[in-house]
Design a protein. Sequence first.
Length: 251
Amino acid sequence: MISIVTPVYNAINFIDNTIDMVMSQTYTDWEWILVEDGSTDGTREKLVALMNSPDFDRRIKIILFDENENGAAGARNRGLDEVTGRFVAFLDADDVWMPDKLEKQLTFMEQRDAAFSFTSYEFGDADANGTGRYVRVPEVLTYKKALSRTVIFTTTTMFDTEKIDIRLIHMPLVASEDTATWWQILRTGVNAYGLDEVLAIYRRPAQSLSSNKMLAIKRIWFLYRKMEKLNPIVSAFYFCGWAVRATLRRI
C-alpha cells in the first residue's frame, strides 16, 4: 500500500481538485493522510464536512491542527507518524498528479529495487495549466550529485520504508526542508532513482523572481554550512554547480 501525506494550509481554491485527483488515481491501494494546519480560509470547514459526509472514503484520514506552528515540514512529519503503508508519497495540496502517477512510479521502483524515487514534472501557472517548461530528471542521483542540483520536487517523491528508516524521511524544521531531507537520506548511501516521465505539475503563481532568487541563495548556503557542515570552499564548489543549473532551469 502507498501512504500519501499532504500538508493542507489555506487551500480552499485547490482542495476539491486535489481530492478528485487522488480519487481518480489508477492505483487504488492507498491511504491518504491530510494534515490540516490551521487554515483560516474555509479549508478546515471543508475537510470537516468531508469527514462527516455519509460517503466519506475510509482510506482518507484527516488530522486537524488548531494553529499553523511548524509549517509544511511539521505537518508532513505529523502525517508520517500515521502511515501504515510500505511506500510513502508526498503530495502538496496545490500541486497536480497525472492519473497514473502512483501506478507508474510504484512499478518503476519495483523494477529497479529502488528505495527512493522521483519523477520529471512540468511548471504550471496559477491555475495549474502546463506552461510547456519541463524539469527532466537524471537516471540516478547520489548524495554528491544532489548537492549541486535541486532537481527533486517534493510532490514527485516516493519512498520504500522497508529500505529507508521512516525517521530519515521526517523533515527538519528549517527553510528548504525538502532539500535538507533528500540530502539526509542520500548521505546514508541510498541513491535516488529518477523516472524521466512528467507525472506532476508544479503550480507556480506569478511572483517576484529577484526576491525568490535571493531567498534561494540564502537557503542553499545555510544548508551547505549548517545542515551538511561543509567548509566554505566545498560549499562554494557545490554552490557554483547549483547556481548554473538553477539559472538554466529558468531559461
